[in-house]
Design a protein around this ligand. Sequence first.
Ligand code: KG4
Ligand code: ZN
Length: 331
Amino acid sequence: MSDLILGIETSCDDTAVAVVASDGRVLSSVVASQLEVHAEFGGIYPEFAARAHISSILPTVHEALKKANITPDEIKAIGVTRGPGLIGSLLVGLNTAKGLGLGWNKPVIGVNHLRGHLRSADLEQKRVKYPATILLVSGGHTFLAHMKSAIEVELLGSTTDDSVGETYDKVGRMLGLGYPGGPVVDKLAKTGNASIPFPRPVLHKDLEFSFSGLKSAVSRYLEAHPSADNYADVAASFVEAVMEVLIKKSERALRRYPSKSFVIVGGVAASPQLREAAQKLCKSLEVELCLPPLRWSTDNAAMIALATFDYVDLAIDKKANADLQLTIKDF
Ligand code: KG4
Ligand code: ZN
């Protein structure tokens, strides 16, 4: 039997716990969603997020163990998101992990949330071939990275302001589409014409991103056209601008850093428009496109458990506990 790790992820609004084997097999992945808690706010309300984690964390741990059909004795370690994220939410996960680690006599390893996303494409089956170029597009982050191996990460360029997901969410709100904006804006965009010339921020500026100017341009357009009924065209024009920037920068990175795989992770990787544009790009560059199944694109605990395997032996050698892990430079 391969080693097992229990992963805990509470960096934002979902309480997630998973049991993953060292070969990437997911024995269980349980998520207690808070969508209903935050729906009326049109975004995440941090205080409510932390409170909801407190009530759901232990039942979610028990369910994950039950679904995996294992006892705590059978796990090698607990991996828990140590940041970045909402501090109140993170503390619930970290302190639960520490308590369980003490009670079960298991090491607790703090994992960078972004490292979890970077490793998510290898869940269930090994997909990524190194060296790889990775585009991470989530609600909290947007960046390009180059990975020589599962643990050697070089950050190539990131957003200097808003992330793509955040921009989608804000545009969704401006169009009265609710939260999260990504899926609904993409859907509406498919029915419109990309006829509005929104800017392509910092398109020519190497590998950095910026999306706040695009968000403001959409807001100004809507202010200048208060009776506009062409919301589908606004959505289509916005999505086209986002895709052009993401694909252009990804192409630049792939040409500069020869790669066997181009990997897209994070919630926005669920975008059908992005998936289609990436397919075309990879075909033209003859690079293998690696898109994890949608359930591993958005936040989950299985990716945290998988990333924990990269450190577990080192951590156990050092007789680790969560405090010690906070000093491990993993990104
Ligand atoms: O990775 P994720 O689940 O959470 C963070 O770590 O932030 O990403 C959430 C983001 C949200 O901003 C959401 O609007 C976006 O992913 N998203 C999408 C789509 N589905 C989710 N964005 C564009 N198109 C989608 N289909
Ligand atoms: Zn995330």
